[in-house]
Ligand binder design. Structure first.
Ligand code: PLP
Length: 396
């Protein structure tokens, strides 16, 4: 363990993804370390143990995953949770009544719900900006602000927020910046290097990568913050089981190569669909006409695996909603399903599915219309994906 750990910083991303926290088992030599399904640990004498006492407070399979995630994000330590939502809740739980939280209004729906319907009741003061600019954040950040929360790219409009600039405004006020890096992953974007204090993940998505597990994580480079998070992880108890940790860690080993293919397929699809007669818009951060293209290219090394398309309103039964629904019903390689980030391609109709809880007027004012469809582009052969999209567009 010691030798591997001391070599970490020299390793490239893919090497860290495959080796950190995956050292051969010292007892048997097993190249892939065993899963540890145990709740407790046998002690030699009261208080004399090997670093583990009870699996809510620590489990070797979980620790391996946490070390790997920290190494990928450039953090000192990580804490794994049973879901992205549990990880998000743990960050909010570091705050105290009266603390102000500044966030972009179009954050993940579950994050908005946690702030408004859970933590506001415990005295946090959430404030939201409808604008993505650092200046808009600066206007809301004041001496009561303790946390700034952002996602980049956002869901489903893929707006990019300037992490470095917002980090500067945040730190000037003495607050901490948390970045939900679920959409980009550390393969494409490193928020801690850009100034973030916390990185949060729904590992359910690209990190796990196979649509077969729910999980979350928080990573930070700040030791006092990590102490507090580790305390909350144990105290609140929202920990993942060892089998789930194993699945996530197994997924991570191919993260670098998966993200390369997600990005290549998504860019090819975005370029192919752009200008299609039935589409009003094709949204992808690495397309030149994306409103945040320059920023995206500056802070990410790939455009990600999500492409958002908006159908034209051609009237009657060829309205944008009707076209979008026919398209969603007609795909064959893509599956119509919520979630994203797995190896298989998915389509999602946010207005009816993932974003249905947002009132229609609010949704539409944010550009999430009934003609909008989100594609989570998988890593299948791109020719098959393009052919599938073409035949579904014909029917739309
Ligand atoms: C899915 C998601 C979450 C919530 O994660 P769960 O694992 O579903 O609890 C948070 N943020 C983003 C950006 C997500 O996509």
């Amino acid at each position: 363990m010691g030798e591997h750990q001391s070599r970490n910083p020299e390793w490239g991303f893919a090497t860290r993804a495959i080796h950190v926290g995956q050292e051969p088992d010292p007892v048997t030599g097993a190249t892939v370390p065993p899963i540890h399904p145990t709740s407790t640990y046998t002690q030699a004498s009261p208080g004399k143990h090997k670093g583990y006492e009870y699996s809510r407070s620590g489990n070797p399979t979980r620790v391996g995953l946490e070390r790997c995630l920290a190494a990928l994000e450039g953090g000192a330590r990580g804490a794994a949770f049973a879901s992205g939502s549990a990880a998000t809740a743990a960050v909010f739980a570091t705050l105290s009544p009266g603390d102000k939280v500044v966030a972009y209004s179009d954050v993940y729906g579950g994050t908005f719900r946690l702030l408004k319907r859970v933590f506001e009741g415990f005295g946090l003061v959430p404030v939201f900006t409808d604008e993505t600019s650092p200046a808009a954040f600066a206007r809301l950040i004041d001496s009561r602000t303790k946390l700034v929360w952002l996602e980049s790219p956002t869901n489903p409009l893929l707006r990019c927020l300037d992490i470095a600039a917002i980090a500067e405004h945040t730190h000037r006020a003495g607050a901490k910046l948390a970045v939900d890096n679920t959409f980009a992953t550390p393969a494409l974007q490193l928020p801690i290097a850009l100034g973030a204090d916390y990185v949060v993940h729904s590992t359910t998505k690209y990190i796990g990568g196979h649509s077969d597990v729910i999980g979350g994580a928080v990573i930070t480079r700040d030791e006092p913050l990590m102490e507090r998070l580790a305390f909350l992880q144990n105290a609140m108890g929202g920990v993942p089981g060892p089998f789930d940790c194993f699945l996530q860690h197994r997924g991570i080993k191919t993260l670098a190569i998966r993200m390369e293919r997600h990005c290549a397929n998504a860019l090819a699809i975005a370029r192919h669909l752009k200008g299609h007669a039935k589409l009003a818009r094709v949204v992808y951060p690495f397309l030149e006409d994306h409103p945040d293209n320059a920023l995206a290219k500056k802070q990410m090394c790939g455009g990600g695996g999500i492409v958002t398309i908006v159908f034209k309103d051609r009237g009657g039964d060829r309205g944008d909603r009707a076209s979008a629904l026919r398209f969603c019903e007609s795909v064959r390689v893509f599956s119509l399903a919520e979630s994203l980030g797995g190896v298989e391609s998915l389509v999602n109709h946010p207005a009816i599915m993932t974003h249905a809880s947002i009132p229609k007027e609010v949704r539409e004012s944010r550009g999430i219309t009934d003609g909008l469809v989100r594609l989570s582009v998988g890593i299948e052969d791109v020719v098959d994906l393009l052919a599938d999209l073409e035949q579904a567009l014909d029917k739309a």
